[in-house]
Every structure is written in structure tokens, then in C-alpha cells.
Design a binder for this molecule. Structure first.
Ligand code: HEC
Ligand code: HEC
Ligand code: HEC
Ligand code: HEC
Length: 245
């Protein structure tokens, strides 16, 4: 708030202020109209950065795009904008050691804040765990065990994101249920993408398979995890062939 306080008191010289604003483009435009002494206003966006920076009065509005995946460079000559570019941070860019250290510190703080435990649980659906399906569905089990789904949590954990609420839901079974995945040590049977990540909660079927049938899995189930963002190459036909059982 002190930056805003300084804006309101006119303590900052006009034209020198850069503000990182936690709002979208429309809110940023309103904000820029209210505080015309801001020179550069950085806003939040789920799209790519525009080809040219937007101007509201004398204020330049810029964004690093979805998840901050672009670096925006502005150059000034005698106080006037003289260059603008947005560079997408694709795989060609190596991680910066300083930023990586900050990020790894953030991940440690996530772990010690136990944020995953604080996540609201919306259902009481009961899961059985993939191992308990094995007795009766040996062939399906073998196929699954040899697929990437069976080590999805291991791979996530290896990158330090095992307790990161931004990641875990698609790499485990039943995170939205009170009885689903909690932590690897508390609920090892629900780590990784299991049978029930696709088939839905199966405890009732598991206990009484002739009476309680499992619903059919539709392709839309896959894209709840295989989103454009997390699985850009996803195509049902080719992907199903690799895990079909
Ligand atoms: C609960 C989330 C989730 C659902 C639902 C899901 N997947 Fe996946 N899938 C993943 C994750 C996570 C990985 C990456 C696993 C790894 O390698 O760590 C993955 C990887 C894969 C792979 C590559 C791994 C391999 O074994 O070759 C294929 C193929 C795949 N999924 C197909 C599907 C299909 C088809 C569906 C729907 C019938 C589906 N997935 C449903 C999360 C999911
Ligand atoms: C919306 C669901 C979803 C979320 C959220 C998600 N993932 Fe994944 N993840 C997937 C799917 C689907 C795949 C498989 C992609 C493919 O093979 O096309 C995958 C694959 C992976 C893999 C294995 C393949 C690789 O690229 O090495 C890792 C590691 C991974 N994700 C880490 C993460 C991390 C870290 C986060 C959080 C920042 C995260 N995931 C959040 C769905 C998700
Ligand atoms: C005690 C044995 C047993 C266990 C354990 C079991 N199933 Fe089944 N499952 C069956 C039988 C028997 C059928 C065939 C039911 C029918 O067609 O009458 C079946 C059918 C299915 C079907 C086809 C759809 C349907 O309901 O007919 C799916 C999918 C399925 N099981 C998934 C699972 C999953 C996932 C688990 C673990 C959570 C599991 N099963 C555990 C015996 C079992
Ligand atoms: C990636 C998602 C996914 C995972 C993980 C998965 N399945 Fe399936 N399963 C499907 C789809 C899709 C079908 C075909 C459509 C249907 O029958 O629902 C299917 C079909 C089945 C069937 C019916 C086959 C038939 O002939 O009718 C059984 C039984 C089954 N799965 C059991 C399992 C068991 C047991 C596991 C874990 C060891 C498992 N599945 C893991 C997606 C998945």
C-alpha cells in the first residue's frame, strides 16, 4: 500500500513509476486513468502479450502473459519509449540460477505452510486405490503399471512440486475428496494417476462388483488433465492407443 500512498501524496516524481498490478487489463486501464503519474503498469493476463504496448494517457500498459511466460523489454530514449519486445520463454531458455533459487525457496515455503492440507475438499467419494483392482482386473493393471500414469506423482515429486496445490490434482487420485490423496506418506495408495482418476471412485464396486457397476470413461475425462496448457500435443486417439486396456 505504501506505493499507492506515495502516488496519492504525489511523493513520487511523475513519469518515473513502475507498478506491478494484481489486476487484469480492464482493471489496469481504470487504475492507469486514476494514477496518470504511473509510467509503466504491468498487469495480469491469460493471453500472450500484445504486439504493441497499450497506452492510457502517458502510461504504458504491459503484461508478461499467461503464467509470466514472456520477458517484456522496454527501452527509453530521453524519457520516450524507443523499443518494445516480448520474448516467449520456450525450452531454448535455460533456468536462471538466481531466479531458480528464489523459486525453490518458494516451494519450500509452500511445503512448510501445509497448503495442500488446507485445500477445500468438495466430496466424500470413497476410493479403493489401484492395487485393490488388481485381483480381478490383472490385465488392465499390468497395462496401467507400465504406463506413465503409474509414476505421475513420482515425476512431480522429483521436481519438488509434491505438495504444490497448483500441480498435485492431476498427478494423484481424488484430491477433491475428503478420503482421497493427502500426502505420499499418509495415502501412498492414492499417489500417481490411478484407475480411479479415470474411472471415478471405485470402493463400492470394489466391494461389490456384480451389484455396483463402474461408469464408462469418456474422452472428456482425459482433457480434464490433458489440457492445452499441460499436454499441448494431446489427441484422444493416439494417446488412448498408448494406454488402452
Ligand atoms: C488425473 C489426471 C489425468 C487423467 C484423467 C488422464 N491423464 Fe494421461 N497423464 C496424466 C499425467 C500427469 C501424465 C504424465 C505422467 C508422467 O509421465 O509423469 C499423463 C500421461 C499420459 C500419457 C503418456 C504416458 C505414457 O504412458 O505414454 C498418455 C498416452 C496419456 N496420459 C493418455 C491419457 C488418456 C487417453 C486419458 C483418458 C482416457 C488420460 N490420459 C487421462 C494425467 C491424466
Ligand atoms: C490440469 C492438470 C495438470 C496440472 C495442474 C499439472 N500437470 Fe503435470 N502433467 C499433466 C499431464 C496431462 C501430463 C502429461 C503430458 C503429456 O504427456 O502430454 C503432465 C506431465 C507432467 C510431468 C512429466 C512429463 C514432463 O514434462 O517431464 C511433470 C514432471 C509434470 N507434469 C509436472 C507438473 C508440475 C510441476 C505442475 C505444477 C506446476 C503440474 N505438472 C501441473 C497434467 C497436469
Ligand atoms: C472382486 C473383484 C473386483 C474388483 C476388486 C474390482 N472389480 Fe471391476 N469388475 C469386476 C467384475 C466381476 C466386473 C464385471 C461386472 C459385470 O459386468 O457384471 C467388473 C467390471 C468393471 C468395469 C467395466 C464396467 C462395469 O462395471 O461393468 C470397470 C471399468 C471396472 N470393473 C473397474 C474396476 C476398478 C477401477 C476397480 C478398482 C477400484 C475394480 N474394478 C475392482 C470385478 C472386480
Ligand atoms: C487414463 C485413464 C484410465 C486409467 C488410468 C484406467 N482406465 Fe480402465 N478404461 C479407460 C477407458 C477410456 C476405458 C474404455 C471405456 C470404458 O469402458 O469405460 C477403460 C476400460 C476399462 C475396463 C473395461 C474393459 C472392457 O473390456 O469393457 C476395465 C475393467 C478397466 N478399464 C479397468 C481399469 C483398471 C483396473 C485400471 C487401473 C489398474 C484402469 N482401468 C485404469 C480409462 C482408464
Amino acid at each position: 500500500m505504501s506505493a499507492i500512498g506515495n502516488l496519492e501524496n504525489g511523493l513520487q516524481p511523475p513519469g518515473s513509476i513502475l507498478v506491478c498490478y494484481d489486476g487484469d487489463q480492464q482493471q489496469a486501464e481504470t487504475f492507469a486513468r486514476k494514477y496518470p503519474q504511473i509510467r509503466v503498469l504491468v498487469y495480469r493476463s491469460t493471453s500472450d502479450p500484445p504486439a504493441e504496448p497499450e497506452k492510457v494517457g502517458n502510461t504504458l500498459l504491459v503484461t508478461p502473459g499467461f503464467h509470466g511466460k514472456n520477458v517484456v523489454t522496454l527501452t527509453f530514449e530521453d524519457g520516450k519509449l524507443d523499443g518494445y519486445s516480448a520474448t516467449s520463454l520456450g525450452p531454448d531458455f535455460k533456468n536462471d540460477p538466481d531466479v531458480s533459487a528464489i523459486y525453490s525457496d518458494y516451494l519450500h515455503r509452500l511445503d512448510s505452510a501445509h497448503l495442500l492440507q488446507e485445500l477445500p475438499r468438495f466430496t466424500t467419494a470413497l476410493y479403493a486405490g489401484s492395487a485393490s483392482c488388481r485381483n480381478c482386473h490383472e490385465k488392465a493393471y499390468e497395462t496401467w503399471a507400465g504406463s506413465g500414469h503409474a509414476h505421475a506423482y513420482k515425476d512431480l515429486n522429483a521436481q519438488g512440486h509434491g505438495l504444490d496445490p497448483d500441480c498435485v490434482s492431476c498427478h494423484v487420485v481424488g484430491l477433491s475428496s475428503k478420503s482421497g490423496f493427502k500426502t505420499l506418506s499418509q495415502t501412498p495408495q492414492f499417489a500417481n494417476v490411478g484407475c480411479e482418476s479415470c474411472h471415478g471412485p471405485g470402493q463400492a464396486h470394489d466391494l461389490n462388483p456384480r451389484k455396483v457397476l463402474m461408469p464408462t470413461v469418456k474422452p472428456s475425462t482425459c482433457v480434464s488433465c490433458h489440457t492445452v496448457e499441460n499436454s499441448p500435443g494431446f489427441e484422444y486417439k493416439t494417446f488412448w492407443t498408448k494406454v488402452s486396456h
